[in-house]
Write a protein that binds this ligand. Sequence first.
Ligand code: SF4
Length: 400
Amino acid sequence: MARHIYVHNPFCVRKCPYCDFYSVTDCSCAEAFYKAAVREVKLIGSVTDENTGTNLLTDIDNKDTVYFGGGTPTVPDSRFVCELLGEIKKAFNIAPDAEITIEANPSSVTSEKLTEYLQAGFNRISLGVQSLDDEVLKVLGRLHDSKGAIDALKKISDAGFTNISADLITGVPGETLDGIKRDIGTFRDLGVKHISTYSLMLEEDTPFYDRYNKTIEEYISPELEREMYHGTRAFLNESGYETYEISNSCMPGFRSIHNSSYWNSCEYFAIGAGAHGFLGDMRYGHRDDVRAYIEEMNTITSDTYKAFLEGNVSGLKLLYIEEELSREDKMREVAFLRLRTSDGILLDEFKKVFGVEFEDVFADEVKTNIEKGLLERKERTLRLTRSGLDLANVVIKDFL
Ligand code: SF4
């Protein structure tokens, strides 16, 4: 049974004005945080058995994955990160062919760190480039410029990484489709195998929300945003990248196995302040508080941790249950997660897992969206059409 582990590193050099992921810029407790994370790994290792890690749907790749996200995992001392990975490999008995990813930012990768990550076992890197247009990067408040991002990508391949992903943000005031196409072309030429394209979201409680909430449509109208989405997707496909999920495209053979495990409703363990996991019927989280994380991981007993993972303890300072999923919730999640993918909902698999036909459970939703031309059924698969992709959020909402 494949194991999936997500580690949330909560440190960044500076807070980007659009970001609402949990991170802090005071790295003085990074060492204590990573020691606490090692303790959490050992706790999980001592209370779970080989059989934990069951999946609702077929884990298509059936490979172990470890994903260090954040925050910026390349900001703290690489020694801390590499030691934690070593503990994870031991505690979870991670297979040698596992996909092991580290997120990085151009301003915090050095050749020395990259060599250490490779030696520790990381074999995939996801670089937060966001744009190769200096004006767009300034609007986004990023620490790097386009030259810094290109240099980082060269360092990453020179170090020996071959499975390289880069992020792009679309819909930034001042950004153009031609600019995005240029960025994709540069990525391809630099050997980037996977590209994630995210639309700029105005999240409440961020400086961007205050700055653009009332005016964003003056910069990017919904029509322009759609045109950019299609133009970007078409150019990615022309350039050899297959779009396998609404926001993710890759060269053949380079799908993110870790992210695919989310869309396949696989269980995954969470480690670190701000990390969220999924086990059995439970979605659980670690509160966004690095100091509380250090304290709780240093004091919690293995019995209490075990009881928490079994859903039997509440009232902890840091660990909390976000949601207990009913059978109906799980069916809705399959719709929600799988409709985002190019493979869509596999109707036979749904029937095998839940014992009912998807089209019986969601009869009205399926019928209406097929009539509107937003969903299509091909043999025993149901997925979004091209127009459905434009209105993915609306279609998906119907199933929630
Ligand atoms: S570097 Fe990434 S995680 Fe950190 S603040 Fe910026 S966008 Fe958020």
